[in-house]
Design a protein around this ligand. Structure first.
Ligand code: DAH
Length: 338
């Protein structure tokens, strides 16, 4: 274990010295890549006593976040982000057989899963083609309810009209879990979701969400707020605060929009957070008793909370990736950078 590898001054100096996007990508790899300093320190964490691991883990997270922040700032100085190389070399045989790696969205999904597994959560998945019951009805969206219209659903031409659909969110997996196992339940549910959405910088018809669900005796809104703060701090590698503002979702009561202190300016206000100091992440709330009744859980005995947010949002924030369609273009110049 050589913690001196995590030399922030050296990293900052190298980042400042990078003169092109390519050089910057190399420097980033050298410090926070799998085969770089962070990769090596992470490898050696396994060899430590369990008691010593969290400290080293925190040091790695803090170092990674600081390096990413500096890289993002330098990228802004060097010009537009995204693929900057003038053209692709398509000469046959010019590329050798490089090994591929996980897509940035998958990397982010796995990182978030790791954080939640360390909090004692299970990871669950559900089908992308859903039925009306799981996507809407059991989540307390009655037929004809205006909240359904807000979801811009893509229906599948199968069976009864408007009964089979592409899931509009990962919340139906909550229903599937509660139908199939008794409380206590602590789970995260990542996956692909679909909406009949006009594409813009932050919206795509295909995207990913991650859903959280906790059902137990005596859970409160405070547990929800604490859980949100714990996981965003773990993901971004520094202490962040959550803010909950009143909102509405049919399946939670009360419902809230959750935001976190801006990861770039720590809440003092900057371009990324439009000078508000806060970054909106997603929705959350306490499970509505009607949802418990739909899945046969007694709301007099159990309470629970849930949350859900767009997965792409995390790497968009961490690396300044925009527009969201960059994730799905499959441009190898983008893919190979992360
Ligand atoms: N499913 C909601 C959406 O896609 C997000 C959401 C809100 C999920 C509140 C939750 C929740 O679990 O409690 O808009």
């Amino acid at each position: 274990m050589d913690l001196s590898e995590l030399d922030l001054d050296a990293a900052r100096a190298a980042i400042a010295a990078a003169a092109t996007a390519d050089e910057l990508a190399e420097v980033r790899k050298r410090f926070v890549g799998k085969k770089g300093a962070v990769g090596r320190v992470k490898e050696s964490i396994k060899t430590l006593d369990a008691a010593d691991r969290p400290k080293v883990g925190q040091a790695v997270n803090a170092f990674t976040a600081a390096v990413e922040e500096a890289v993002t700032a330098r990228e802004a100085e060097l010009g537009p982000t995204g693929p900057t190389e003038p053209s692709l070399d398509l000469t046959l045989g010019s590329h050798g057989r490089g090994r591929g790696h996980l897509h940035l969205v998958t990397q982010c999904q796995r990182e978030l899963e790791d954080v939640f597994v360390s909090l004692g959560y299970q990871v669950a998945e559900g089908p992308e083609v859903e039925d009306d019951w799981h996507n809407f009805e059991a989540l307390n969206f009655p037929p004809g309810h205006p909240a359904r219209a807000m979801q811009d659903t893509l229906y599948v031409d199968l069976g009864e009209p408007e009964q089979v659909l592409l899931r509009t969110h990962t919340s139906p997996v909550q229903i599937r879990l509660m139908e199939s196992q008794p409380p206590p339940i602590y789970a995260v549910m990542p996956g692909r979701t679909y909406r009949n959405e006009t594409v813009d910088a932050r919206h795509s018809a295909v995207f990913h969400q991650i859903e959280g669900l906790a059902v137990d005796r005596g859970l409160t809104f405070g547990d929800l707020a604490g859980t949100l703060e714990t996981f965003v701090s773990a993901y971004f590698g520094k202490k962040l605060k959550s803010r909950l503002l009143p909102s509405f979702f049919p399946f939670t009561e009360p419902s809230a929009e959750f935001a976190i202190t801006c990861v770039f300016c720590d809440g003092s206000g900057c371009r990324v957070c439009s000078n508000t100091g806060w970054i909106e992440l997603g929705g959350c709330g306490m499970i509505d008793p009607n949802v418990f009744l739909a899945v046969g859980i007694d709301p007099e005995v159990y309470t629970g909370f849930a949350f859900g947010f767009g997965l792409e949002r995390m790497p968009m924030l961490r690396y300044g990736v925009e527009p969201i369609k960059t994730f799905f273009d499959n441009d190898v110049r983008f893919l190979s950078r992360y």
